[in-house]
Design a protein around this ligand. Sequence first.
Ligand code: COA
Length: 437
Amino acid sequence: MSWREEYERKIMTAQEALSLIHSGDRVAVQHAAGEPSYLLEVMVANREQYRGVEIVHQVPMGKCEYCKEGMEPYFRHNSIFSGKNSAQAIAEGRADYTPCFNFEIPKLFTEGPLPLDAALIHVTPPDEDGYVSLGISVDYTRPAVTAAKTVIAQVNQKMPRTFGDALIHISEITAFVLHDAPIIELTPPKIGEIERAIGENCAKLIHDGDTLQLGIGAIPDAVLMFLKDKKDLGIHSEMISDGVVELAEAGVITNARKNFNPGKSIVTFLMGTRRLYDYVDNNPNIIMRSVDYVTNPTVIMQNDHMISINSCVQVDLTGQVCSESIGHRQISGPGGQVDFVRGATMSKGGKSIIAMPSTTKGTISKIVMDLTPGSFVTTSRNDVDYVVTEYGIAHLKGRTLLQRGKMLIQIAHPDFREDLIRQYEERYHCRYEEVAV
Ligand code: COA
């Protein structure tokens, strides 16, 4: 049978395809902007046919209806990165959360304890050799396709075709559901004065030829704004967004000096506007690889001069970084933060940067004597390297507790410094002024 005949034979309606999922199954869903929203919508609409289906999902960018109130008999969400749409369900006990590093996720599927019954994925139509592409989100989805017994694909002509681990032969997929729809877009963040100042400070730590990992949000985009005069920057990043397109088109990001994967941007997922999606479509310079490759610290470290830039919720005066909760409320996850902090630390000439505004909402200091009780430490004080705010740069690696505390107070918002100094002097039984940094 030719691949075309096999493909035709596997095309079904969404209802037919989703009836291959049974009560009690564990189902992994392609995540972020690559989410197969149509399959999830139909699954939720037909919920009466399921009992206790476990949905494993990372960053939910869609409606996340399966974890809304009333869905408990049908679905149980197992989150591996909480987001705006799932945090409430986790807080109320209607969903659960599995702590893990990003690069480990595929192993949870392939070696346990999370073997998969099914995977819901979102792909391009097949090419002339019978390969579809996972497009903008390869991450744990490629390994999930290998691990799952049943793979159901939404085929969407609007999904960009990307290369690397994104390509999957149609023989690996159980059912195809043809449904064209716009790909989820992420509105570019607002970049204000504070983000610009943080971006400018981070840019001071970046040099020609460096390879970058950029987290999500306004700060990475603000950093990119200050890199326009650099030369031959490279990308090895969990994700990229629109900011990268401008620098690539301006010839700043060339990957030319990369010692590892030269000439190529290595990414596991991407999120942005249609401009980004058109840029990566059929672009041989963008290589999408699975998350167990891209965020594996032993892979990351092979890039010399690797610079990671991520953000956080709070940093305490010893350098413990919480990036995933407000107290015990899980609002996010480690993503690739720790993987990149460690990879950059082990890279020759590498640096890891935690960059954040000094306050949230202008009224709460993000630099604190002690993390809010219940907070989860994401990047440990043993791993932390640079912390950057709009007020400056604190290089904590190799510094004592007294030095770290003083350096962090110096980049805290001025309104909170007096209070922090008082707490510091009480805790350490010393005079702040007398500590040399
Ligand atoms: N105390 C109380 N609330 C805080 C807070 C603090 N110290 N810091 C942030 N918040 C609140 C904000 O006010 C905001 O609340 P809102 O939703 O009501 O507006 C919310 O938490 C999110 O904060 P914000 O500053 O808008 O987040 P962000 O979009 O800049 O993202 C992280 C910051 C830390 C959540 C994000 O970087 C993250 O998830 N990091 C971990 C994963 C990671 O680094 N991945 C890297 C590769 S993608």
